[in-house]
Design a protein around this ligand. Structure first.
Ligand code: ADP
Ligand code: MG
Ligand code: MG
Length: 898
């Protein structure tokens, strides 16, 4: 097996790159694109990439090296030295390298990287000689020891930061850059001391020299330990959590890139930066990013010093040419990758080097805007534009914003790093954010700057607020990726994380833990107190992409709604009808009393009176629904749940009776309550989900479907007389055998005919059924003879196919099943292949029984992108989902058709 791949040029300037951008599974994203950039002639410092497979083999063999791997690395290292004409560890002119992680899927900042590797007490003098810059050299050495200790040996970074702070205090200077070469040389001594004192000789016997642990002087030892550490970082807790959250497989492994160092910290004509070829927050076509002069590596993202905007670069003395070249490279990269790219670069004494590129992460708004603009520029096709937007991402656009009518005072302003608004209690650590979320309290995570260790807290928080860092800082990048609102770089915030509070400069406000704060990541505003949030209006870009998706899609999209407001909302979002109107939701509130009277009384007169009242109410409900959906189909499902769902809980009654008895309550009242409790108890079912519900209810209590059908027909007749075009359809739930459907169909048809005659209007109301029991699916040919349409209720169909009770299993054992991979995903979220097979069978058999049958899905799965793909492939006519999922479903259906 080939384990190592070269990239970049040889000594003669020939490209000797062995990989390319399509090899991400082997080289990781970073390695594959370093190779690709080298292939298209961009300035990439040479190096080699160790494959992801080697990482997995190493990890799976309990952190031991596969046979021959170290030899191959050794060969490639020698070759690299030849290509550069320098040797690692050389006392005259040393080669320094970075050892960089890079997985097949982008996991920004989750794994480890070591810079300046190869420095030791000899090569430092070579570096001084070559650069004639002792300050730079000592700074590089102290950075290397610091990074190596932290990343490879796992020492606390604060040990070193504290030593730097002590040195600055001793010298009376404010900034790291004010420390002299001698100061830094002294720090190197101190850092090595810290290393010796804190690294365990038992754990690393090979580092023990003369009885004490010493910082490794052999560059080969440094290199091996660094590569092992990068391999190990694949399984560090934050990387593992990130993969779980982003559904990335644990089996991919990370590649390791060993690359020649270039230096952004060699003075004022050197710089380092990160950039995007377009604005990743709103998609605007502009160069976007930050740089720092005389800095290295993570300085920009770490938010340690204040950065400058990338557009300024070409106006800085000594950086003009590199700045100009960078802008040209932005265009080259966009044309090559045909997408917005994210870039890391370093300028060493005026010469530009590209250190990384990948297709850039972006907000949903930016994804839409970029896709549309690139289509207009002719860079991509309309199909590609539709494919460029993640359906799940659209949720972000439907995120809340500050209510425009809300009154509030702006407390502070920062950078609008990730859109959407958040309201919650201020918390000052990731652990507190997690604790608040677990206690069901909404919180905003307030940090100086976030680090990868804060990830769990960032996930738990409603929004993220930082006082440092630019729009490409860790907080900003991660928040955008998660779709969480984020305001960063709020310089007025003086955070004291220890005391869990933040003073706000220029005010006498001190935000304390637990204080409500609001932030708007779209504008960068921070407010003390809770601001009312509203949902945003859809932008023109969303409409455009959805219209394009509509051009491709063959699957219809309807909504599940049971009140006129939701119906109108789904219509505004582009729903082509209502696929499921649940009537049980119309029996709540004051109506509950009426249905209870019906259920609990045997007396026919009292029952009839209750049903008459329900008829009045239902006619009004349907009138509103059909009116809002004028001209579009509205499928009304007849009453479905077990009746005792409408009754008091017998346990609560029992408690109440006990209390009345204990306090000497009225005997008559107690007797009445006891009778009621016994009656309810008598109706209880051992297994209500499989009990008296669905069509079975209508067969036992025919008065109910008659009332509902009459209300549907009456409302439709009324609207027709008003000149509108109502299109109700009647759906009979939980059918398992044809006679059930036949019987209720007859009742419904007869009732519709009666109403039509009474009202003097013609009514054509289709009657269909839900397919939510396996028996119905496998006998769909028979059932279809009595149905105008099928709607697959995939929630119940999943329950009944698996024999899983949804209410029980999701909490009880599905999490364990997922962990042990007994199930690849939750079948209630994404339709299971077995259930999908039943749907497919139902559709095919159904068409045999009735060639004109319309088939849709109305379960939760109708709003899930993966399931939508499945339903498209099965050839369903439509999916129906909750109103807010309608835009997502339109997009996913369009993508499924491309
Ligand atoms: P991450 O995946 O966390 O972004 P990288 O491997 O990209 O980690 O390294 C982080 C930073 O280190 C880079 O953005 C770059 O600034 C610096 N860096 C890495 N390799 C080199 C190199 N060969 N020369 C100079 N700087 C480097
Ligand atoms: Mg990087
Ligand atoms: Mg059902």
């Amino acid at each position: 097996v080939k384990r190592v791949y070269a990239f970049g040029k040889d000594a003669e300037g020939n490209n000797v790159t062995e990989g390319n951008t399509n090899m991400k599974a082997i080289l990781g994203g970073k390695g594959a694109n370093l190779a690709e950039m080298a292939n298209i002639g961009l300035p990439v410092p040479p190096g080699f990439t160790i494959s992801c497979q080697t990482c997995m083999e190493y990890a799976n063999a309990d952190n031991t090296w596969p046979e021959g791997a170290l030899d191959t690395i050794h060969e490639y290292r020698l070759d690299l030295e030849k290509r550069i004409g320098k040797k690692i560890g050389d006392a005259e002119d040393p080669l320094l390298v970075s050892v960089r992680s890079g997985a097949p899927m982008s996991m920004p900042g989750m794994m480890d990287t070591v810079l300046n590797l190869g420095l030791n007490d000899q090569s430092i003098h070579g570096l001084i000689k070559q650069t004639e810059n002792p300050r730079f050299a000592w700074d590089s050495y102290r950075r290397f020891i610091q990074m190596f200790s932290n990343v490879v040996m796992g020492l606390d970074g604060d040990l070193f930061e504290n030593a730097i702070t002590a040195m600055k205090n001793a010298r009376g200077v404010a900034s790291d850059t004010d420390l002299t070469a001698e100061d830094l040389q002294q720090l190197v001594v101190e850092f090595k001391q810290i290393f010796s004192e804190n690294v365990s000789g038992v754990e690393y016997p090979s580092l023990v020299v003369d009885g004490v642990v010493a910082f490794p002087q052999d560059p080969m030892v440094q290199l091996k330990l660094a590569i092992e550490a990068v391999f190990g970082s694949w399984n560090n807790p934050r990387a593992t959590l990130y993969r779980k959250k982003n559904k990335i497989s644990d089996d991919l492994g990370t590649a390791v890139n060993v690359q020649c160092m270039v230096f952004g910290n060699k003075g004022n004509t050197s710089a380092t930066g990160v950039a995007f070829t377009r604005n990743p927050a709103n998609g605007e076509k502009e160069f976007y990013g930050d740089y720092l002069v005389n800095a290295q590596g993570e300085d920009v993202v770490a938010g340690i010093r204040n950065t400058s905007p990338i557009a300024d670069l070409k106006h800085v003395e000594g950086l003009e040419e590199a700045g100009q070249q960078l802008e040209e490279i932005f265009v080259v990269l966009e044309n090559h990758f045909r997408d917005m790219c994210d870039i890391e670069f370093t300028i060493e004494q005026g010469k530009l080097y590209m250190l990384q590129t990948r297709v850039g992460k972006r907000t949903a708004a930016a994804a839409l805007h970029i896709a549309i603009e690139m289509e207009k520029e002719g860079l991509i096709t309309k199909e590609e534009a539709v494919m460029r937007v993640e359906p799940e991402q659209l949720d972000q656009l439907l995120h809340p914003q500050f209510d425009k009518n809300a009154e509030y005072d702006v407390l502070a302003r920062g950078l609008n790093a990730s859109p959407g608004a958040a309201v919650g209690e201020a918390v000052f650590s990731a652990a507190d954010a997690v604790a608040a979320a677990e206690a069901g309290r909404k919180c905003v995570l307030v940090r100086w700057e976030t680090t990868p260790d804060d990830l769990a807290g960032m996930i738990a928080a409603e929004g993220i607020l930082t006082s440092h860092g630019g729009k490409t800082s860790h907080a900003a990048v991660i928040a955008r990726g998660m779709g969480a609102p984020c305001v960063c770089g709020v310089e007025a915030l003086k955070i004291d994380a220890e005391k869990k509070q933040a003073a706000v400069t220029g005010t006498d406000v001190v935000i304390k833990e637990g204080d409500m704060i609001s932030l708007d990541g779209t504008t960068g505003i921070v407010v003390l107190g809770a601001v009312d949030l509203v949902l945003p209006e859809l932008t023109g870009d969303l409409d455009t992409i959805l219209e394009w998706a509509d051009e491709f899609r063959t699957l219809g999209v309807r909504a599940n709604a049971d009140n006129p407001e939701d119906a109108q909302l789904s219509r505004d979002f582009g729903a082509q009808g209502i696929g499921l109107c649940r009537t049980e939701h119309m029996f709540l509130g004051d109506r509950k009393q009426i249905i209870q009277t019906f259920i609990l009384n045997e007396d026919e007169d009292i029952r009839q009176k209750a049903v008459d009242q329900l008829f009045e109410a239902q006619t009004g409900d349907f009138y509103g629904m059909f009116k809002a959906m004028d001209g579009l189909p509205v499928i009304v499902r007849l009453l479905d749940p077990p009746l005792h769902e409408f009754l008091e809980s017998p346990r609560a009654l029992d408690v109440e009776i006990a209390r009345l008895e204990a306090t000497g309550g009225d005997k008559g009242v107690i007797a009445e309550k006891r009778a009621l409790m016994e009656q309810i108890d008598a109706m209880a079912e051992a297994n209500p989900m499989l009990g008296l519900r669905g069509c079975r209810l209508g067969i036992v209590y025919p008065i109910l479907p008659v009332m509902q059908v009459r209300a549907i027909a009456t409302a439709a007749a009324k609207l027709k007389k008003e000149g509108l075009d109502p299109k109700p359809e009647i759906m009979i739930p939980l059918v398992s055998v044809v006679p059930e459907l036949a019987k209720l169909r007859e009742v419904a048809e007869q009732t519709i005919a009666e109403v039509a005659a009474e009202q003097g209007v013609e009514l054509n109301i289709e009657i269909g059924t839900m397919i939510e029991l396996p028996r119905a699916a496998v006998t769909a040919d028979e059932i279809a003879t009595k149905a105008d349409f099928f709607s697959f209720g995939t929630n119940d169909l999943t329950q009944t196919t698996f024999g899983f009770s949804r209410d029980d299993v999701e909490a009880e054992f599905i999490p364990q099943y997922l962990k042990e991979r007994l199930l690849p995903y939750n079948p209630f979220a994404t339709v299971d292949p077995g259930v999908a097979k039943l749907v497919k069978m139902g559709v095919e058999l159904g068409h045999q029984g009735n060639p004109n049958l319309t088939c849709g899905v109305c379960g939760e799965h109708g709003g899930d992108p993966d399931s939508i793909h499945t339903f498209h492939n099965i050839g369903l006519d439509y999916v129906s989902c909750s109103p807010y999922r309608v835009p997502l479903a339109r997009l996913a259906a369009g993508q499924a058709a491309i």
